[in-house]
Ligand binder design. Structure first.
Ligand code: ADP
Ligand code: ZN
Ligand code: ZN
Length: 740
């Protein structure tokens, strides 16, 4: 009896739920879980993934179809299991989740569209070596090329400096071998100041931090499960949170933990929030571990990504580094999973499935019996609650953290406080560098009419339009809608238009007028910079790094992981902007923003660092705690607050968003979902209207539940059921587990 393959066809249609049974012919006997197949499906040919093998099928034998072909390469079986878990965990479908773990290039067509690149390589044969010494008949040119191949090893034919015909004649005489060989397209990572390849001796604190990690790595649970076939009920391996102030040498701890995992024959997964903003971390792994590092990220060409993926899948590379999608790297024998800057919301994916790479990373670690090591200077309260915390309290260079001054802006008339202007002047005179963080890109936050109060807002989204002076446009930051800057009010015709608030562009201009000169560049970094093209962000960071002095002004991007040694001043404008969002993470975000920016100031150099925080809410707990560098005080207060209000980590949140042409349909769909939810202790909040987005009316429900599994299952069932009703068909429904 030939085995049955249960195949999940790769389609995005939610209604179509596999798996479907196919009969495996003799020729496909080697197929297993994770094998990709081209299968006949409803009169078409689709790519599918084997999710199970079985002996029997409920489908009568004469109705069972056979797959058309096996498509290489296969997905590791562990990733198929991971995809099934993601589908259940994030209210998605197995088919959509499987698309996340496919080899790059596969999925849309039937076969991966990328092929391994091969080049013609010439390598000297034993007879060729002999010919060089035994006086065989060789022309000067022939002797030259053989001598070169003997000295340098195999060379691409095109690089040998010898015409193809001559090489072919030498090959025909058996003096060299000429054949096509695979070539790996190596991505180039541009790094701002990559550090030395050698491991420095650790500080006492680093040594103490590494201790429990090494112990956990040595505790070889893995040997009990020789095939990497761990069940999910496996006792949780060690899970650590490396909570270390910026500059405390967390990356060095990651590197040495990774070295230990490799030495134990295990592989390593390293997640970073965003490659463009943290090229240094990637570069340091590459410098330390060379070719055993594969980098996976979307800025690579598809060919490069495919090559990196294949290196990992074959075990030729043993460390995968990349942003959230790298959590699906095909690593076998995973021993260590590192999540750098674990507080970053970039780990949350906003497409379906709306997975959180931090949670997926933790699941993978558990699946493989690997050690989880998350790190941050400003960890999430959730992680502090759930993981074993290891502290690094000192900067490696022994310098204190810079003092943080809070500047009350309640009476200010100018976007820059007098103290800020003075401090920036000092930086310029001293020839140092400053970083200025503005929470909003563009020129001003919104425009109003002074006569009638009209607010310019997006015709599609019901949010205020932001002025972009240089571009000469008002822009919607949600849908990209753009219109000309108005000179008169569209409502009353008045020509008196007021501009409110200051964005990056306006501050950049202020600074240029006040301080800019050729020796003191003012550089801007925000989403508009990023839109200027691939590598634009890296170029701005490189210019700031290379400049002897100057100011980097921008959005939160300026406070991410880069490390510029000569920054002596950090400024946060409008620090409470994040607090004005109605979001339970507002305090956490604000604390992280100030503390992260403080971490960029006063590293190295001899000027002492200084941080200024301009705010309308000088007494907010997050701002007050950040100004004292009091992470523990903040975390304790924040966890207590969340417990009192049943927020994560004491409950899970699930958000259901319904959108429709008509507001009534969106609300009715949300109402219907809410009525169907039943899970122990679950609270259903809403439906509440959301602002219109891209021309669609929206309504949302938030479910707060102490028992996550039951709540997710109930929401998934409710969404599916409502989607099939009349009101559901007029709306689009999406569920977001752990919304950010
Ligand atoms: P973090 O990741 O905590 O911000 P890093 O790992 O980037 O800190 O370390 C800060 C700086 O200190 C880096 O330049 C790094 O190369 C250096 N460093 C880290 N550990 C050591 C050490 N043990 N000895 C010397 N320099 C170190
Ligand atoms: Zn008006
Ligand atoms: Zn819009």
């Amino acid at each position: 009896m030939p085995p049955i393959a249960r195949v999940e066809p790769l389609t995005t249609a939610r209604a179509l739920r596999g798996p479907f049974d196919y009969r495996l012919p003799e020729a496909m006997a080697g197929a297993g879980v994770g094998t990709l197949l081209a299968v006949p499906f409803a009169g078409r040919e689709l790519l599918g993934v084997i999710v199970e093998l079985a002996e029997t099928s409920e489908v009568p034998p004469e109705k069972l179809a056979e797959p058309r072909a096996v498509v290489e390469p296969a997905i590791p079986a562990e990733l198929v299991e991971l995809a099934r878990w993601i589908a259940a965990e994030y209210c998605s479908t197995v088919s959509r989740a499987l698309q996340l773990v496919l080899p790059p290039g596969a999925g849309r067509g039937v076969a991966p569209r990328v092929r391994v690149r091969s080049v013609l390589v010439a390598e000297i044969a034993d007879a060729g070596r002999a010919a060089l010494t035994d006086g065989a008949r060789l022309t000067d040119a022939q002797r030259a090329v053989l001598t070169r191949l003997a000295a340098e090893g195999p060379l691409p034919a095109a690089a040998s400096g010898t015409p193809h015909g001559s090489l072919r004649r030498l090959a025909d005489r058996g003096l060299l071998v000429l054949e096509r060989r695979e070539q790996r397209r190596r991505p180039v990572t541009r790094a701002v100041g990559a550090r030395a390849a050698h491991a420095p001796p650790l500080t006492a604190e680093q040594t103490a931090a590494l201790g429990p990690i090494l112990t956990a790595l040595a505790d070889d649970r893995h040997s009990e499960h020789p095939n990497g076939a761990h069940n999910a009920g496996h006792p949780a391996a060690a899970r650590f949170l490396l909570h270390g102030v910026t500059g405390s040498g967390k990356t060095e701890v990651y590197l040495q933990a990774a070295a230990a995992a490799l030495a134990a024959g295990r592989s390593v997964l390293v997640l970073v929030p965003e490659i463009a903003l943290a090229p240094q971390t990637v570069a340091r792994f590459q410098a330390r571990f060379g070719d055993t590092v594969a980098v996976l990220h979307s800025q690579l060409g598809q060919g490069e990504r495919y090559d990196e993926w294949l290196q990992l899948q074959r075990g030729e590379a043993r460390i995968a580094v990349g942003p959230r999608s790298a959590v699906f790297a095909p690593l076998a024998d995973l021993g260590l999973v590192i999540v750098d800057e674990e507080h970053e919301s970039a780990y949350k994916h906003e497409g379906d499935p709306r997975y959180d790479a931090r949670r997926v990373a933790a699941y993978r670690a558990q699946q493989a019996g690997a050690v989880l090591l998350a790190g941050s200077a400003t960890p999430r309260p959730e992680s502090v609650h759930a993981l074993t915390r290891i502290r690094l309290t000192q900067r490696v260079d022994g310098r204190p953290l810079p003092p943080i001054e809070v500047l009350d802006m309640r009476d200010a008339r100018h976007p820059l406080h007098p103290t800020t202007r003075e401090a920036l002047g000092d930086v310029q005179r001293a020839g140092h560098k400053a970083i200025v963080l503005v929470n909003r890109r563009g020129w001003s936050n919104f425009l109003t009419c002074r006569s009638c109060g009209h607010v310019w807002s997006c015709p599609q989204c019901d949010v205020a339009l932001v002025l972009h002076q240089r571009e000469g446009a008002l822009a919607c930051h949600h849908c990209g809608h753009r219109e000309r800057i108005p000179t008169t009010c569209t409502a009353c015709g008045s020509s008196s238009v007021a501009r409110h608030g200051a964005g990056t562009e306006r501050i950049e201009t202020e600074l240029l007028d006040a301080l800019g000169d050729p020796g003191f560049p003012i550089l801007r970094l925000d989403a508009d910079t990023a839109r200027a093209g691939k590598g634009a962000v890296a170029r701005v960071l490189e210019r700031f790094d290379a400049a002897p002095a100057g100011v980097l002004v921008g959005t939160q991007m300026v406070a991410k992981g880069h490390d510029f040694p000569d920054v002596t001043l950090g400024v946060v404008l409008d620090a409470d902007q994040t607090l004005r969002f109605p979001d339970f993470r507002a305090e956490e975000r604000t604390f992280a923003l100030v503390a992260q920016l403080a971490g960029r100031a006063g590293r190295g150099g001899n000027g002492n660092g200084r941080v200024l925080v301009q705010t309308l809410s000088p007494d907010a707990p997050s701002i007050a705690a950040a100004s004292r560098h009091d992470a523990d005080g903040f975390l304790t207060g924040e966890l207590a607050r969340r417990q009192a209000l049943s927020y994560p980590p004491f409950a899970s949140l699930i958000r259901v968003t319904c959108s429709a042409e008509e507001a009534a349909d969106a609300a009715a769909a949300a109402q219907a979902v809410g009525e169907r939810i039943s899970a122990p202790g679950a609270m259903v909040l809403g439906p509440a209207p959301l602002f219109r987005l891209r021309g669609r009316e929206r309504s949302q429900l938030v479910i707060k539940a102490p028992q996550r599994r039951a709540a997710v299952a109930s929401v998934a069932a409710a969404v599916d059921a409502v989607a099939r009703t009349a009101v559901g068909r007029r709306a689009q429904l999406s569920a977001d587990v752990d919304p950010q």
